[in-house]
Structure formats: C-alpha cells, structure tokens
Design a protein around this ligand. Structure first.
Ligand SMILES: Nc1nc2c(ncn2[C@@H]2O[C@H](COP(=O)(O)OP(=O)(O)OP(=O)(O)O)[C@@H](O)[C@H]2O)c(=O)[nH]1
Ligand SMILES: [Mg+2]
Length: 294
C-alpha cells in the first residue's frame, strides 16, 4: 500500500472552533481554546498519524477585519496558509452560518483553487433540520469536495471528516516521525497555556493586550520538578494594575490555573513565576510584535 500524506489548513472566522477541532483530532492539547474570539495568534501545526497516512494540520488565527498591527499579522499568517497547504478545511459554525468574514475567506480560496472541505461546526447547539439549508447555500459558493456537519466539542462527525480528508491525500512521505504531534517547543505551549488562562479569567480588552514570553524553563530531575518563569506584557500601567488585581489576586489565580494544567501535561510538579511588564502599545509596534513572536 502506498503511503499518503498532505498538509491541511483549518481556516475560518474567529471563535468557530478551529483549535477545538485540532485538539480533538490529535486527542491532545496543542492549541489553546477560549470562548472569546481571536484566541489563536500563530499558526499551529498538529500531526495526525493514520494507518498508512499522515495529515499535517495547520490551525490558523480567525480571519477578521483588522484593527491593530497584531491583528494584521494574525490575519496575514492565516491567509498565507491557503498557499502553503494541499487541502483547505473552511470552518463555519451552525449558530451563525453566514458570518461577515466568509466572503473574504472564499475569495482567498478562489485565488488558490485548492481542494476544500466545508465543515459546519457546533451542530450540538442547533436542531438537525437547520443544517440542510446551510449546505444548500454553500454548495453554490465554492466547489467544495464535501460539506461535513460536526461537533468538535463532542467529537461527532470528526471520524467522517478524517476519512474524507484521507480520500483527498496524494501519495507522499511521512513528514514527521510517528511520536510527534506538533513541531512547537514545549515553551510555546507553556506560554499559550498562560495566555489561555488570561482569556478565561480576565474581561473586555485585557486578554487582547497581553503577550506571554517564557524566560526560563528548567527541570530539577532529582525532585521531578519544573521551574518556569514567564513575563506577561501589557500595553499600559492601568492594564498591569488590573492583571495583577487587588492584593495580587488576579495574577495568582491565572498562575494557579496555568500551573495545574502544566502539572497534568508534564506529569511533574511545576513552580511557576509570573511577572507583569508594561511594553507600551506593543500591539501597534512592529518591532515589539516581532520580539514577542508575532
Ligand atoms: N457547543 C459547542 N461549542 C464549541 C464547539 N467547538 C468549539 N466550541 C467552543 O467555541 C469556542 C471557541 O473555540 P476555539 O476552538 O477557541 O475557536 P477558534 O476557531 O480556534 O477561535 P480563534 O482562535 O479565536 O479563531 C470555545 O468556547 C469552544 O469550547 C462545538 O462543537 N460545540
Ligand atoms: Mg483558535
């Protein structure tokens, strides 16, 4: 049997469940998730190892109208994914199946003319009968290979999606060894977990003003102990005050939630040190963005 492989981008508007799907497919967390839009900021690779095939998924930031330079960099990296992959998975969500961003997304798809699959996510939130009209509308908008309703949260339809993607793969090598699920360093996941807890615990604009940088990650093997220290960059003194919270409560809660998750992932005790630093208007400063990994 010939080995099959290919690169698949997961693209779509913000908050539709792209990262949830990637984690569900891999059975492990490589991308962070939150109920707030614009959670994912970088492209994230996740490798699925099938029987005689390999799919390299690329989770991307949600495509949206941009405000700051940070958003511009996010959308640029999402749009670049169209060109770099073999197959495009366009994801929308059943509760709002015709988002304003979709025309921009389909326009990008039309310029690359690649095989694409439309995934309608969050079918657990609406009645079954609302799926059919959505499929009907999208049929005429792009020659999708297939349209698949799923619930990334519950796992429904995910097997079907994998089978459909497998059918679109071409003969090719295994790009990554079998034990590898992502190409990101552990320090990236650590910084993302901290960012996720900020998204979950803080309000309004604050999560969007935060960037996390892991400065130290050190194992103390004889004690099965991991020492991590990270800096959270915010844009202003007032944001710093809110992030630290009264008596340091907010930053403690963020640190605690992040630490508990890291301990589960690494199977070791974690000592996590968080520092908040003001980096004036970093979301609008090209140099600062690069320094912070965007
Ligand atoms: N009910 C339901 N919720 C879902 C499903 N998939 C994802 N969600 C929720 O939708 C929200 C957004 O999920 P994400 O995976 O972060 O979405 P995303 O598309 O990666 O978002 P961005 O990175 O911001 O573009 C989270 O609260 C998820 O729990 C689903 O199948 N059903
Ligand atoms: Mg995401």
């Amino acid at each position: 049997m010939t080995f099959l492989s290919g690169f698949v981008a997961i693209v779509g508007p913000p908050n539709v469940g792209k990262s949830t799907l990637l984690n569900r497919v891999l059975g492990t967390k490589v991308a962070i998730i939150s109920p707030k839009p614009q959670t994912t900021r970088n492209r994230i690779i996740g490798i699925y190892h099938g029987e005689q095939y390999q799919i390299v998924f690329m989770d991307t930031p949600g495509i949206h109208k941009t405000r700051s330079l940070l958003h511009k960099s996010m959308v640029t990296s999402a749009k670049a994914a169209f060109k770099e992959v073999d197959i495009v998975v366009v994801m929308i969500e059943l509760p709002s199946p015709d988002p304003p961003e979709i025309s921009m997304i389909l326009a990008n798809l039309k310029t690359v003319r690649k095989p694409a699959v439309l995934v309608v996510n969050k079918i657990d939130l609406k009645q079954r009968k609302s799926i059919l009209p959505v499929i009907e509308t999208y049929k005429d908008r792009y020659p999708f290979k297939t349209i698949i309703p799923i619930s990334a949260l519950r796992g429904e339809g995910v097997e079907v999606l994998l089978e459909e993607l497998k059918a679109l793969l071409k003969p090719g090598p295994a790009f990554f060894p079998p034990e590898m699920k992502t190409d990101q360093p552990e320090s990236f996941l650590v910084s993302e977990i901290i960012r996720e807890k900020i998204y979950l615990l803080t309000k309004k604009e604050l999560p969007y003003a935060c960037a996390v940088n892991v400065e130290l990650m050190e194992e103390v093997p004889e004690k099965n102990f991991l020492r991590i220290s990270a800096k959270i960059h915010v844009e202003s003194e007032s944001q710093k005050k809110i992030l630290i919270g009264r008596g340091g409560r907010m930053i403690r809660d963020i640190g605690q939630a992040a630490r508990l998750e890291m301990e589960k992932i690494f199977g070791a005790r974690v000592y996590l040190d968080l520092l908040v630093r003001v980096e004036k208007n970093w979301t609008r400063d090209a140099k600062a963005l690069r320094r912070l990994g965007y």
